[in-house]
Design a binder for this molecule. Structure first.
Ligand SMILES: *Cc1c(COP(=O)(O)O)cnc(C)c1O
Length: 377
């Protein structure tokens, strides 16, 4: 089945009532038989519950994986993957990783004993040079946040496997509609479901999908069930509901972002546009074969733009928008704008004039008109 069909049907369980929209199962505990057995397979909601199990089945199918574990946030899911390693192990991670991922590595796991090398993941030679005899995991994120650098996932997975390491891809920005990392050789996919999968800006969640239900995934499952950073049944239900429309929302995000990126690239106050859909973008060629939907290259809904004049000029543009909302996060129906360097603080590596746009589902002409008045104002 194609992904549009899976998005509607995967993880849909019928219950005794015949309800077409799935119920939410809020029970924290499940009854035993007189002999102490649990014939329906559920014990306690942290360990497993019907609504979360439906969601996990759905996400595993969307990514073409064997198993999925859902978490309370993308960050909790990230931590669960990395906790599957042991102190002394080495990780190669992108220098432009999502800043929360970089903080987990630097502030939680380096003190715990993990060794980390941050590299330009878009350059396979840099990845090869960073791999050591102790490398156990290579972490990729593509397109990256906030500069939309594109990593060749098949190349990075091959390098990781050559060293006996696993390859992980943060697929939050591309979503399984546009990019199928497991089919490219990646072992584990990470999602912040807070973003496009939820799609409505009203839930926080994360997920890990593994190609094999193997020893590494067993450690992730242990971090989930014993560590306990699990999503509520209500958030699982909201997420299943959001996923039903993912393929159609993503097409509109991509169309709108393409139009916004082309407008910005032609504007005299703009220094640079980061969007892999632009033929001049350094990641365009890899993205055009790696990010497709229905056989057509598609480049996602995120655009970053550098305004001439640095931080002050960028903040002035952000102050003048009327339709875009000044807020962090991404992937919802409403367009958002954010000055990343301010959010990331003094340690930020983001160019000071950069604004990150989550291009929403409004009409593209209205979005372009808003950016035009903000840039010209
Ligand atoms: C938001 C985000 C995360 C972290 O997810 P949370 O749900 O906020 O914890 C990780 N990776 C990427 C690419 C993100 O955009």
């Amino acid at each position: 089945m194609r992904i549009e069909t899976l998005a509607v049907h995967a993880g849909r369980e019928s219950d005794a009532t015949g309800a077409v929209a799935a119920p939410i199962n809020l029970s924290t505990t499940f009854e035993r038989e007189a002999d102490g057995s649990l014939p329906r397979g559920f014990v306690y909601a942290r360990t497993d519950n019907p609504t979360r199990r439906s969601l996990e089945g759905c996400l595993a199918q969307l990514e073409g994986g064997a198993a999925c574990a859902a978490f309370a946030s993308g960050s909790a899911a990230t931590l669960a993957i990395l906790l599957a390693l042991a102190p002394g192990d080495h990780v190669v991670a992108p220098a432009d990783a999502y800043y929360g991922t970089a903080r987990i590595l630097r502030e939680l796991l380096e003190p715990w004993g993990l060794a980390v090398t941050f590299v330009n993941m878009a350059d396979p030679r840099a990845v090869a040079a960073a791999i050591t005899g102790r490398t156990r995991l290579v972490w990729a994120e593509t397109p990256s946040n906030p500069t939309l650098a594109v990593t060749d996932l098949a190349a990075v997975a091959a390098l990781a496997h050559g060293a006996g390491a696993v390859a992980v891809c943060d697929n939050t920005w591309a979503t399984p509609l546009l990019q199928q990392p497991l089919a490219l050789g990646v072992d584990v996919v990470l999602h912040s479901t807070t973003k496009y999968l939820g799609g409505h800006g009203d839930l926080t969640g994360g997920a890990v999908v593994a190609r094999e239900d193997d020893a590494l995934f067993a450690r992730v499952r242990l971090a989930q069930t014993v560590g306990g950073a699990v999503p509520s049944p209500f958030d699982c239900w909201l997420l299943l509901r959001g996923i039903r429309t993912l393929p159609y929302r993503m097409r509109a995000h991509c169309d709108n972002a393409g139009q916004v990126a082309r407008f910005l690239a032609a504007h005299p106050r703009v220094e640079a546009v980061h969007y892999p859909g632009l033929p001049t973008d350094p990641g365009h060629a890899v993205a055009a074969r790696q990010m497709t939907a229905g056989g057509r290259a598609r480049f996602g809904g995120m655009v970053s733009v550098q305004i001439r004049g640095g931080a002050d000029a960028a903040l002035a543009v952000a102050a003048r928008v009327r339709l875009f909302t000044r807020a962090t996060s991404l992937g919802g129906p409403e367009s958002l704008i954010e000055h990343r360097a301010s959010v990331e603080g003094p340690a930020s590596r983001t160019p000071p004039g950069l604004l990150r746009l989550s291009v929403g589902l409004e009409h593209a002409d209205d979005l372009v008109a808003d950016l035009a008045q903000a840039l010209d104002g």
